[in-house]
Ligand binder design. Structure first.
Ligand SMILES: NC(=O)c1ccc[n+]([C@@H]2O[C@H](COP(=O)([O-])OP(=O)(O)OC[C@H]3O[C@@H](n4cnc5c(N)ncnc54)[C@H](O)[C@@H]3O)[C@@H](O)[C@H]2O)c1
Length: 342
């Protein structure tokens, strides 16, 4: 029987898309470890957890004893670490949970993986570790210097360095993927694209930070997951792979695309910009294309239309998500200009 893969954070947006894809593309059994924070949602794995090919365990990656017990219990080929506190704005409000999960949790997984002879460790990282890219500069490559701007991106950069240190010091088999901004079904609505889609669908104002001219390199979550799976199987030990959609767009243009696609009469409301907000991210995918034989395949216009349709047809999913912690967060963060409209 083939060995298993542990996917941490598998009840989140990207983790759940990755689990679906892994089940189709590998023979391995999948074990999901997720703490089910406000961002984790078992509904993201509906129809996927069967208790056999794919199992779910609730717990934190910071819990050494739990991780040790899981990895001792059966033969694991590898770990794909998607678990994280992932929202920049929340990290600005309160950074400690980001250090705890993103930094300490990653080290716990590395240590236990080494003790239990887990072959491969893939760290899902972000292009935000490279910081702000000037408009006229070349896109980020794997070797671009780390210059994170937010507590979130600093915690992800710290984790990347720990992963590389485990490779250098202990010879651990590690791979890091650094991806640009993802969009697609099941993304928690505090993130830019689902926030704008849901506000447009509900006829509420669309809160755009500052002048809205920040540039992001959008990639569909399925393209990202395909690249991660290739890096997991074929990536060189100790290597960093940059992943992007080759699709730079200004935020304000994305907002107008969403307004048009939803035929919404919602107003755009410019709100005070995020402190330290990076103006541009962009990824050069040529290196990864050569090394992994991967390129993004979903056109932004098509992926965005499909994503809007998903949110339009999954109202129960987002009504549930928005009823809990998210509501408190939203009112605290954006409440000053349309309090009570959530
Ligand atoms: N969303 C993006 O655009 C993007 C881009 C590049 C990289 N990434 C990275 O991809 C990964 C997944 O991002 P996402 O957007 O799916 O995030 P998400 O917030 O949707 O999901 C994170 C998941 O991790 C779980 N989690 C949090 N703390 C945990 C802990 N201590 N132990 C176990 N589970 C825990 C949550 O319950 C949730 O299910 C993150 O590492 C993020 O940094 C995200």
């Amino acid at each position: 029987m083939s060995s298993s893969i542990l996917v941490t954070g598998g009840a989140g947006f990207i983790g759940s898309a990755l689990v679906r894809r892994l089940l189709l593309s590998t023979e391995s059994n999948i074990v999901v470890l997720d703490a089910l924070t406000y961002a984790g949602n078992l509904e993201n794995l509906d129809g996927v957890i069967d208790g056999h090919r794919c199992r779910f365990l609730r717990g934190s990656i910071t819990d050494t004893r739990l991780v040790e017990t899981i990895l001792q219990g059966e033969k694991f080929d590898g770990i794909i670490n998607c678990a994280a506190e992932s929202h920049v704005d929340r990290s600005i409000e309160s950074a400690v949970p980001f250090i705890h999960t993103n930094v300490v949790g990653t080290q716990v997984l590395l240590d236990v993986a080494r003790r239990q002879n887990v072959r491969r460790f893939l760290q899902m990282s972000t292009d935000e570790v490279y910081g702000d890219l000037p408009r006229n500069a070349d896109a980020f490559r794997s070797t671009s210097p780390l210059a994170p701007s937010s507590p979130y991106s600093a915690s992800k950069a710290a984790a990347d360095l720990l992963v590389l240190a485990a490779h250098r010091t202990h010879g651990q088999d590690v791979v890091i993927t650094r991806c640009s901004n993802n969009y697609g079904p099941r993304q928690f609505p505090e993130k830019f694209i689902p926030l704008m889609i849901l506000n447009a669908l509900e006829g509420r104002p669309l809160p755009v930070y500052g002048d809205g001219r920040q540039i992001r390199d959008w990639i569909h979550v399925d393209d990202h997951c395909e690249a991660v799976i290739r890096a997991y199987h074929d990536g060189d030990s100790g290597a960093v792979y940059t992943i992007g959609g080759d699709c730079e767009r200004e935020n304000i243009d994305v907002v107008h695309m969403i307004l048009k696609a939803t035929a919404s009469a919602s107003a755009v409301t410019h709100v005070t910009d995020r402190p330290g907000h990076d103006r541009r991210y962009a990824i050069d995918v040529s290196e990864t294309a050569t090394r992994l034989g991967w390129t993004p395949s979903i056109r932004f216009e098509d992926g965005l239309a499909e994503t809007i349709e998903w949110y339009r047809t999954h109202q129960a999913w987002w009504t549930n998500v928005k009823s809990g912690d998210y509501r408190t967060y939203y009112e605290r963060h954006y409440g000053s200009f349309h309090e009570g409209t959530l």
